[in-house]
Design a protein around this ligand. Structure first.
Ligand code: SF4
Length: 371
């Protein structure tokens, strides 16, 4: 290609690339890996705050592998997409057990590890080992689609394959340029060729790719990539029970594969879609509902008699990426502590909540209820 995309991008990054990100310039695959995983689905400003904290607590792959999963989940609290934290922990243990604590040094091997997809493997290999491995996250997909004028559906396997081919063909020839090029491409997608108001559409119309960019030439920048049709997110409701005895509360560890998997939360009723409304506004009904919930959580039904009072809390709304959840809290004050025989349940002192991984809306609710 007469126009050298990679060289234009590297030159661009010297003036306009992002500076001062705590993971920039890293060559340690562990540090790169943690930043790449944290940056998936999380804003850079949040990662800038949370990444140094994570690295202080788990400075090496060995430290992370040795940690208790609860400790990792607690540190991940509020970042969402908790399977990332579980996979980090599992992957660290696998690297210790199968690779003697050394990260595999090729994208192909890295991709075999839990939670590492092809693009993340490419980023780690490019930054840490200068491998000529492409990346293709959402920002890069947009840049390449626009540059080549690819209008196909980005979920389509053939379109994705075509994007990978272009991403590979655009790589610089020299391995030593890979870390700079990969960082430049990430910066360019995040700050220049943005979903809305790409720089070439601004008043000063500055972009080093303008002379070759197909989307720009065709006046299609705002139409490429094709927008996904937005589906209406379904709404679910549940009742959550804050069961208190003095300064202790009863928490339940969620199953690993569920939403908020592996985190501690409140005992809840099964989620129901909003059109199957629960009829549970009266305290009598709540006692019945609680009774059923108690039985399904291996608590003795005799416990019902030790309820001192039931208080209704304000509804909590939480929006996930593909659904909404409306939680109706019920605060149950007990006259005596309930024994239980479930390994998933635990009485926890409210002063120790910070040590547990909790879903963010539950943490906010518990902190406000404990004041
Ligand atoms: S010319 Fe516009 S659309 Fe093309 S790469 Fe530059 S900013 Fe993106």
């Amino acid at each position: 290609m007469g126009f050298r995309f990679s060289q234009a991008l590297i030159r661009w990054s010297k003036h306009y690339g992002r500076q001062g990100l705590p993971w920039q310039g890293q060559r340690d695959p562990y540090a790169i890996w943690v930043s790449e995983i944290m940056l998936q689905q999380t804003q850079v400003s949040t990662v800038m705050e949370r990444y140094p904290q994570f690295m202080r607590q788990f400075p090496t792959v060995k430290a992370l592998a040795k940690a208790d999963l609860d400790e990792v989940m607690a540190l991940w609290s509020g970042l969402g997409y908790y399977s990332r934290a579980r996979n980090l922990h599992r992957c660290a243990q696998q690297i210790m057990a199968e690779y003697a604590g050394q990260f595999p040094n090729s994208a192909q091997e890295l991709e075999k590890l839990p939670g590492i997809g092809r693009s993340t493997a490419g980023a780690i290999a490019a930054f840490a080992f200068e491998e000529r491995a492409p990346i293709l996250d959402a920002n890069v997909k947009r840049v390449i689609s626009r540059f080549f004028g690819i209008t196909g559906d980005q979920q389509n396997h053939k379109t994705v394959q075509l994007l990978w081919e272009h991403a590979t063909a655009l790589l610089p020839k020299s391995k030593s340029q890979m870390p700079f090029y990969t960082q430049a491409l990430m910066d360019f997608g995040a700050t220049w060729c943005t979903p809305k108001n790409a720089k070439c559409q601004s008043q000063d119309q500055t972009c080093p790719m303008m002379s070759e960019c197909k989307a720009y030439e065709l006046g299609q920048v705002d139409r490429i990539p094709a927008k996904k049709k937005k589906k209406q997110s379904p709404t679910f409701t549940t009742n959550i029970f804050l069961i208190r005895y003095q300064d202790e509360i009863l928490l339940e560890r969620r199953p690993p594969k569920a939403i908020w998997g592996g985190l501690y939360s409140l005992i809840e009723t099964p989620w129901q879609s909003i059109d199957q409304k629960l009829n549970c506004s009266k305290p009598m009904d709540i006692a019945g509902l609680l009774h059923q919930t108690i039985l399904s959580n291996k608590l003795s039904k005799g416990n019902i008699g030790s309820i001192a009072s039931i208080e209704e809390g304000h509804v909590i709304e939480h929006i996930f990426s593909h659904r909404r959840l409306r939680m109706q809290p019920w605060i149950i004050h007990l006259k005596r502590k309930w024994p239980h025989s479930s390994a998933a349940l635990d009485w926890i002192c409210t002063r120790r909540l910070k040590e547990y991984g909790l879903p963010q809306p539950i943490r906010v609710f518990l902190e406000s209820s404990s004041r």
